[in-house]
Design a protein around this ligand. Structure first.
Ligand code: CAP
Ligand code: MG
Length: 463
């Protein structure tokens, strides 16, 4: 009972039109009380009973807490719970309103010390209001001509992150492309600084891409206030370059959705950088990256950064494979309490996952093992421009590694050998074995998580 009402129905079976959130909760009251605070504050209630409450509100719009699983801790209460919300609770086609309910006030409730939305499911009827990716995974493959051989796409982020002039930037990009890379992108913090004005950089770099005589991806970062982003899209359209990058987490859901719709009306490929996501996905207060992944596929970005499992950014192979599946599969079999069963509406296309952050050519095999296949774009900044033979050597090594991944007859070239001598070869076999062990111990791992909570999850997540 919280605020005069009881929201708990332990054995509730969600309706196909319900949203379900899977939460981790920890705090200063019983798990039941903590969960009811969340259900109340995120749906129809508040701290006290209301004279204005009526049957329609209670019957049709309230949230329901179910499947509570208490975990043993020494002092506070903690555990996993699920909360179901009826579809009628939400506006049509309005993600900000949905977020204000399920990801809103609940994070400020004083008794709650830890609250993580680990996962959520979205009813098909709600998904049907969104278009999903326009080009997605297969669109990117078709553009680059890799639909048949299915090799991983390889690319680079020009480094230093900021500071090169437009001419220097375009030259580095040309070296990268002409030595085998598919993709070059601006860094997340490079847009329109005085030393590298956006328009001049884009015009020179697009010329460099065209000079290669091959289909290449160049992703200019257009992130800014909305009017300036629209001007940049218009410029790109004028010069016939239909692709760009958005820092989607920084922009937030409303601006991202607005831009993706605008770009897709103009048939652009949209690449999503996730800079900043860690502010709410790490630790036990916030949301998991899966939460964001589902939002972004619904909104329809065509490519998105999803982690590496082996590079410089957080995320174990297990977690990254899970996010990769959310990007590329139409249906996911759950492993509670880490993720729920989930099905995408049929029209929502797969999108291209992007592994980036601390990678080098010796990581290609391992990254493919993390993702479980080669449907991934592998990006490397330091691992290309830090190659002893420079950008050209790094690009050749990276392409060589990608070709070898789909055709074992391709020999290790001298640049790949140099890269491996400098950075080593990440052990893909060990990652493979890790997944096999996990499958073997699925049931017992699950039992341990329910017993000991996040201490066990951290062993899998690498946190
Ligand atoms: C990679 C990168 C990306 C990170 C972000 C960087 O450069 O450009 O922004 O990958 O992480 O600046 O760090 P390096 P994520 O290849 O030189 O590491 O993709 O996980 O969002
Ligand atoms: Mg970057």
């Amino acid at each position: 009972m919280y605020g005069g009402y009881s929201y708990i129905e332990q054995d509730y079976k969600p309706d196909k039109h319900d949203f379900v959130t899977l939460l981790w909760l920890k705090g200063d009251a019983s798990l039941e009380a903590l969960a009811e605070m969340v259900a109340s504050e995120s749906s129809v209630g508040t701290w006290t009973s209301l004279k204005t409450m009526n049957q329609f509100v209670w019957d049709k719009l309230r949230a329901r807490v179910f499947d509570l699983k208490r975990v043993k801790t020494s002092v506070e209460t903690a555990g996993f719970v699920k909360i179901a919300y009826p579809l009628e609770h939400f506006d049509h086609d309005n993600l900000p309103q949905l977020l204000a309910s399920i990801r809103g006030n609940i994070y400020g409730i004083k008794e709650i010390k830890e609250l993580e939305i680990i996962d959520w499911s979205i009813p098909e009827k709600y998904q049907r209001q969104f278009k999903g990716p326009l080009l997605g995974l297969e669109g990117a493959r078709k553009y680059l001509g890799t639909s048949r051989n299915r090799r991983p796409h390889v690319g680079t982020i020009v480094k230093p992150k900021v500071g090169l002039s437009p001419a220097e930037f375009a030259e580095v990009a040309f070296q990268a492309w002409s030595n085998g890379l598919d993709l070059v992108k601006d860094d997340e913090n490079l847009v329109d600084q005085d030393f590298c004005r956006w328009e001049e950089r884009v015009s020179r770099t697009v010329d460099a891409a065209e000079k290669t005589g091959e289909k290449k991806i160049y992703l200019p970062n257009i992130t800014d206030f909305i009017p300036r982003m629209l001007e940049r899209v218009d410029y790109l359209e004028e010069i016939g370059w239909r692709m760009c990058m958005l820092d989607v987490y920084i922009l937030g859901v409303p601006a991202t959705k607005y831009l993706v719709d605008y770009l897709h009306e103009r048939k652009f490929l949209v690449h999503a950088h996730r800079a900043g996501y860690g502010a709410e996905t790490r630790g036990r207060q916030g949301v998991s990256f899966d939460f964001w992944m589902k939002l972004m596929r619904l909104i329809g970005v065509d490519q998105i950064h999803t982690g590496t499992g082996v590079g410089k950014m957080e995320g174990s192979p297990f977690l990254v494979r899970k996010v990769g599946k959310l990007a590329t599969q139409s249906e996911i079999k759950g492993f509670e309490p880490l993720f729920l069963d989930f099905k995408w509406a049929r029209h929502i296309k797969p999108l291209m996952p992007v592994a980036s952050g601390g990678l080098n050519p010796g990581d290609v095999e391992a990254v493919c093992e993390v993702y479980g296949n080669t449907d991934v774009t592998i990006q490397s900044g330091g691992g290309i421009h830090g190659h002893p033979d420079g950008t050209a050597g790094g690009a050749r090594a990276m392409r060589n590694a990608a070709e070898r991944r789909v055709n074992r007859k391709v020999k290790v070239g001298p640049e790949l050998e140099t890269a491996i001598n400098k950075w080593g070869l990440t052990d893909a076999g060990k990652i493979h074995q890790g997944f096999r062990d996990f499958e073997k111990n699925r049931k017992s791992t699950q039992q341990r998580i329910y017993k000991r909570g996040y201490k066990e999850i951290e062993k899998i997540s690498g946190e």
